[in-house]
Design a protein around this ligand. Sequence first.
Ligand code: HEM
Length: 403
Amino acid sequence: MTTVVPNADVPTSHVDPFGPDTLGNPLPFQRELRDAGPVVYLDRYDVFAFGRYQEVHAALTDWQTFQSAAGVGLSNFRYEKPWRPPSLLLEADPPHHDAPRAVLSKVLGPRALTKLRAAWMDDARALVDDVLASGHEFDAVTALAEAFPLRVFPDAVGIPDNGRENLLPYGDHLFNAFGPSNSLVAKGAPRVAELSGWVNAHCARDVLSDSGFGAQIWAAADRGDITYEQAPLVVRSMLSAGVDTTVNGLASVLYALASHRAQWNRLRADPVALCRSAFDEAVRWESPVQTFFRTATRDIEVGGTLIPDGSKIVLFLGSANRDPRRWENPDEFDLRRDPSGHVGYGMGIHQCVGQHVARLESEALLSALVARVESIDVAGPVTRHPNNTLRSWESIPVRVTPK
Ligand code: HEM
């Protein structure tokens, strides 16, 4: 796949990483990318790509050189108007990033979540009981991976029941829009105004309940920690980044366990120790968020390649998480592994601020499943849902044997 660009020593790929074939199975392309070198030029999009762990990790932890404020998608905010007002966290750098980040870190931090723990465990048990009562073969994506976050997360934020299903197509479009303007973006376009209107309306103080994450963000504005103009955009960050990511993370761990009987048995033998790390291993193995972009703030040399100021760089998180230079047998889903250090949640100042929420959702769901179910197996062809950024699922038919 690689050729050498005249006058430059950088390997070049003509492959479209956002084309249907590569999105359907990105692993062969990612292997070629890593093998081609630390930096590969993608001529179709005029961007540099990092596929190896070392360079991806280094770029994520050097925000001064690899900025987010010019957009973490392909579009360069230096020259193009963003399709929506940029995120105050994801698409910002210090000093602007600091206050919204500090507020959200506290609202979504481990200490704050201890208050939700018992209720989410009960909710997960109730959901698993309902699913088992209606049959032992079901679609793990809709029945569990979508149903559980849509049940607990909007409640925790404080948004009403009505319309919460809008969060999934909104997130789907948002994550498509980080990629090129291809048919996936066009598919979402007709509903953008309606869905954005719904999401923005649900960031308003008077729509949110008095005690959820949303109300706590508005209370931070009362304290002066952020401004009243910033508060709705910080709420929007949760509604944008908090659902599709987790749904696909949960679907991934369910698929991983249903397709690896030995790992399921390992989990059953020691659920207290493994329910949390199983999710992290699935986030490494599948990397629900496959890519994010950065923009070079100066000329910089990486692995012998000069990357000019203003260039877009795409970081292949999913590829870094399967780099054999970093991981032993990276393609194996293995609960004996210590997956810490994976970049599935990013790294550095932008590392996922909602990861404790995702982990708690997974812990609750897996604990409930392990308590009720003897075995879980894939029961039919699994299908993917193509997305420019997410490694997303359409359907995972499973068969379970209840205890
Ligand atoms: C398995 C689930 C999740 C995955 C795989 C994931 C992945 C990521 C990644 C890779 C980043 C880093 C972006 C970058 O460096 O440019 C990130 C940031 C972020 N995530 Fe998550 N995320 C998940 C769940 C959540 C949840 C549940 C929430 C909200 C409740 C959330 C909110 C955010 C926000 C607001 C940021 C931006 C943080 C910043 O820039 O300071 N995420 N996430």
